[in-house]
Design a protein around this ligand. Structure first.
Ligand code: C2E
Ligand code: MG
Ligand code: MG
Ligand code: MG
Length: 287
C-alpha cells in the first residue's frame, strides 16, 4: 500500500542519514587524532608558472589527509575541521610546515597557503602568523596567503584590519577562486589584495563567450588596479595558449603539474626549466 511504501522510504532515509552521521562522526574522531599525532597530514605542492617563459615562480601548499583506507580530499575533511573547531590548529600546522618547506627551496620561489574564513574568527590569528614567520625565518615577501570571497561575509572591519596588519609585515594576500562566490568587483578595490586567482570554472570552459568575457575583464581590471592575476585549472595546451593570448601573466593547473609531494619539487623545477629553455631556443630560431 501507499502507506507501507511511505514507511519504507522513511526507514531507508533514516538509515542513510544515520550512515552519513556515523561516517562524519568517525571522521571527526580520527581527524582529531591525526591533528594530535601529526602523522597523517601532509602537504602537496602545485607550481605557479609564468606564462611568458614557462618558469616556476612559486608553489601553493595543498593539504592531504592520508588515512589507512586512502587519501581523503580537503573538500571532504576541511568542512568537518571547520565545524568541530580543528581548523585553527590545522591551519597553523599547514602554515608552519609550508614555511619550513619553502626555506629549503631557491630563494626566488614563493609559497602560497590557503586560509579558511574560520581562522579569521580567532583574535590571535595575526599574532600566530607573525610568530610562525619569525620562528621559521621565512622572508615575509615570499609568503602568500589565499583567502576566498566568503571571507568578505565576515566582520568587514576586523577582516580589513587583519589583512592590513599582515601586509604591513610584507606578506602578500591573494583572492582565491575569484568569480565564484558572492563576487563583487568592489572587493578588489575595498580590500588590499596583491593577487587575484581566476577560478578554474571559467578556465575549464573558456570556449564559452561568457566565461571568456569574465576572464578578460578580471585581467583588465587587475591590471588597472595594479593587482597580479593568475588563472587556475589550466589543463590543456589550448587553454594555456588562449590565456597567454589574452595577456594572462601567470597560470596554474594540471597542464604544468599536478600537486606533488615535496620530494618531487626538484623534478618539477627541472622539467619546467627544460621546457622553458626549449621555448627560448625556439624563439631564438635555434633547433
Ligand atoms: P584551491 O585553493 O582553489 O585549490 C585548487 C584545487 O584545484 C586543488 O584541489 C587542486 O589540486 C585542484 N587543481 C589544480 N589544478 C587543477 C586542474 O588543472 N584541474 C582540476 N580539475 N583541478 C585542479 P584540492 O587540493 O583538492 O583542494 C581543494 C580545496 O581545498 C582548495 O581549493 C582549498 O580551498 C582547500 N584547501 C586545500 N588545502 C587547504 C589548506 O591547507 N587550508 C585550507 N583552509 N583550505 C585548503
Ligand atoms: Mg588556493
Ligand atoms: Mg582556487
Ligand atoms: Mg577552491
Amino acid at each position: 500500500s501507499a502507506k507501507g511504501e511511505g514507511k519504507n522510504t522513511y526507514r531507508f532515509y533514516r538509515r542513510e542519514m544515520t550512515d552519513k552521521l556515523q561516517r562524519r562522526r568517525e571522521m571527526e574522531i580520527s581527524l582529531r587524532a591525526a591533528v594530535e599525532n601529526g602523522a597523517e597530514l601532509e602537504l602537496f605542492y602545485q607550481p605557479f608558472v609564468e606564462a611568458d617563459r614557462g618558469m616556476v615562480s612559486g608553489f601553493e601548499a595543498l593539504l592531504r589527509w592520508r588515512r589507512p583506507g586512502g587519501m581523503v580530499s580537503p573538500g571532504e575533511f576541511i568542512p568537518i575541521a571547520e565545524d568541530v573547531g580543528l581548523m585553527h590548529p590545522i591551519g597553523l600546522w599547514v602554515l608552519r610546515t609550508a614555511c619550513l618547506q619553502a626555506m629549503t627551496w631557491p630563494e626566488h620561489l614563493t609559497v602560497s597557503v590557503n586560509l579558511s574564513p574560520i581562522q579569521f574568527r580567532n583574535v590571535d590569528l595575526f599574532r600566530d602568523i607573525r610568530a610562525i614567520v619569525e620562528e621559521t625565518g621565512i622572508e615575509p615577501s615570499r609568503l602568500q596567503l589565499e583567502v576566498t570571497e566568503s571571507l568578505m561575509l565576515e566582520n568587514a572591519d576586523a577582516i580589513l584590519a587583519t589583512l592590513t596588519d599582515l601586509r604591513s609585515l610584507g606578506i602578500r594576500i591573494s583572492m582565491d577562486d575569484f568569480g565564484t562566490g558572492y563576487s563583487s568587483l568592489g572587493y578588489l578595490t575595498r580590500y588590499p589584495f596583491d593577487k587575484v586567482k581566476i577560478d578554474q570554472s571559467f578556465v575549464r570552459r573558456m570556449e564559452m563567450s561568457q566565461n571568456l568575457a569574465v576572464i578578460r575583464s578580471v585581467i583588465n581590471l587587475s591590471e588597472a588596479l595594479g593587482i597580479a592575476v593568475i588563472a587556475e585549472g589550466v589543463e590543456t595546451e589550448e587553454h594555456y595558449a588562449a590565456l597567454k593570448a589574452e595577456g594572462c601573466p601567470e597560470m596554474q593547473g594540471y597542464h604544468f603539474s599536478r600537486p606533488v609531494p615535496p620530494s618531487d619539487i626538484p623534478a618539477v623545477l627541472m622539467r619546467t626549466y627544460a621546457t622553458s629553455l626549449r621555448g627560448e631556443a625556439k624563439r631564438a630560431g635555434r633547433p
